[in-house]
Structure formats: C-alpha cells, structure tokens
Design a protein around this ligand. Structure first.
Ligand SMILES: [Zn+2]
Length: 85
C-alpha cells in the first residue's frame, strides 16, 4: 500500500491518497490538486515522492530490528551459562 499527502509535495493541506497502485494515486492526486490547488503535479514527481517515502519507511524498519538484539541477548546468555558451569 502506498500513501501520498499534499504535504509530501509541499502543499500545506491534509489531503491523503492511499492505494496499492501508484498510477491510481497519481490520478486521484491530480484530480485533487487541479480542483483544490489549481496545480498539476507531474507524474514523475508523484512517483519520485512515493519512492522516497517508501525508502524512508524501509530505513526505519531497519534501525528498529528487534531480531538483532534478541540474538545478541541469547549469545550473552549462553556465554554466561558456559562460564557458570
Ligand atoms: Zn491538497
């Protein structure tokens, strides 16, 4: 699912489009921007902004990787155990 808001394009407005098809987001978004802001956003810019947003979300997921810290805990636990016995 992709999401795009007017703010992402640099317009101070809370309009949000959500869809799994980038093309549909682009069409819906332009229906809104032409009607409400009298602006046409080039498809290339819409797609570029969606791509950029998705990359940011992907990076967030990477830094919050729980698996890594869990593996580290397990390693420490088994090391401590070995030392104890
Ligand atoms: Zn708007």
């Amino acid at each position: 699912m992709y999401k795009l808001t007017c703010r992402d394009i640099g317009i101070d407005c809370d309009f949000v489009v959500e869809n799994s098809e980038k093309k549909i987001i682009c069409d819906s978004f332009n229906l809104h921007t032409t009607a409400k802001h009298n602006r046409v956003i080039p498809m290339r810019k819409v797609l570029g902004t969606i791509e950029k947003k998705n990359k940011e979300q992907h990076n967030e997921r990477k830094t919050n990787n729980i698996d890594e810290s869990e593996t580290l805990k397990l390693e420490k636990w088994s090391l401590g155990r070995r030392h104890f016995s």
